[in-house]
Design a protein around this ligand. Sequence first.
Ligand code: MN
Ligand code: MN
Length: 295
Amino acid sequence: MDDEDRITKFKQAGRIISEVREESRKFIKEGMLFSAVAEKIENLIREKGASPGFPACLSANEIAAHYSPGKNDQSCIPEGALLKVDIGAHVDGYVADTAYTIAFNDEHKQLAEASAAALNAAIEQSYTGNLLSNVSEAIEGTIKDFGFNPISNLTGHGLGHYWLHDAPSVPNVKFTSAYQLKEGHAIAIEPFATTGAGKVKDAESITIFRIDQPKPVRNMEARRIIEFAAGLRGLPFSERWLPVESLFKLKMALRELREREILYEYPALKEISNGLVSQAEHSVIVSDKPIVITK
Ligand code: MN
Ligand code: MN
């Protein structure tokens, strides 16, 4: 495939996920079931002719990332939540990744604004030949100007083919490196701002998985999961999507895959001091004038 096709597919995925994002701003309300929101987003992506690049993530308050409702999840968006909506669509394996934050409590609007402003400042720095560290410095500087902390152990990333977190990682704090941005490279930039210490750790909930190196297994449901994952060619999936009806059999199958070291897991990530967290994300093609494919 020539490079023009790659960029065309990124742009198609970007247009679709941007439409879904704008529609989601209108329908997401406090008190809705997380599962209803996630399914609606994922179905809209499919109706528009793409596929979810990963399960819709709906992380609230001190949960920074990777919370997606699991099978039979009955929990609802809390009253006054600070909600990160992080969604992606792919066309033939080219994923457009975007996120925004809804502040249901007006007191959190500045925190939501801080990550959005940091994203804009970062995009301005995303031109061919610029130092990647200048992108990170713009993010950290903007968030600190708002009086908040960037999250230092969450980063943006390159966007590969059927590979969501490709090199380079795009840190949210300044660092020392001579790495220069390359023309045509697709990167996801995702600043996180917090009222807390500025770090995340694993939380309990794990509902997002990936399998890229399958091995033979005995358990029938585990085999079914491997087959399902093969169709996604290494992209992440939700336990909600798996063709296993019984929750008990699902947990047993996942345990076998985990023990056989076949399963890559994405635990939900929470801020270490339980600070509130906001996020904003766009996918960008590096160019003399950066192309935001999720605008
Ligand atoms: Mn994302
Ligand atoms: Mn991302």
